[in-house]
Write a protein that binds this ligand. Structure first.
Ligand code: SME
Length: 164
């Protein structure tokens, strides 16, 4: 059984996607340290490398709330309080949050009603939480543990490239 669309992707395919992503990231971030510039290219690269996304982008921590940063996709909510929604939960826990069905995540913030699953990874530099990176998909169950690991590695690469 192959399932519909590409929600069910083979492990080999996913690992190739993350290998490609890491390779492209190394080239894209090389020689540039500005966090906003690197975050903008990071969001664009993720959005165009991984299939079945309708949004990919950053929220940066500003005081006690998350504020929208560089992204790809439809316009989104600008400010998210710490602990609110999937992004706020990931920021508060300083850990990735993987949601197979956003309708079953209490407090999910629906910036785009089309979104059905979500993965948020924290952006941590030298032990300091700078924000989160959020990926949304219109397919339920789009993300799995391989996506979590791949995006955590990618986020660490972004942080290392932009030492501040
Ligand atoms: N769904 C997120 C809000 C951000 S947008 O999806 C771009 C959340 O629940 O935190």
């Amino acid at each position: 059984m192959t399932g519909s669309g590409s929600a069910i992707q083979s492990t080999a395919k996913r690992s190739e996607q993350y290998a490609d992503l890491q390779l492209s990231l190394a080239g894209l971030l090389d020689g540039e340290q500005d966090l906003i510039a690197n975050a903008a290219n990071f969001a664009a690269l993720v959005y165009h490398t991984l299939p079945d996304l309708n949004w990919a982008g950053c929220y940066f921590l500003r005081g006690e709330e998350l504020v929208l940063g560089p992204f790809q996709g439809r316009p989104a909510c600008v400010r998210i309080a710490m602990g609110r929604g999937v992004c706020g939960a990931a920021a508060q826990r300083r850990a990735s949050v993987l949601v197979h069905d956003v309708h079953e995540f209490p407090g999910h913030i629906a910036c785009d009603p089309v979104s059905r699953s979500e993965l948020v990874v924290p952006l941590i530099r030298d032990g300091e939480l700078l924000g989160v990176f959020d990926l949304d998909s219109p397919l339920p169950g789009r993300f799995n543990e391989e996506d979590r690991a791949g995006m955590e590695t990618a986020a660490r690469t972004l942080m290392a490239a932009s030492p501040g």
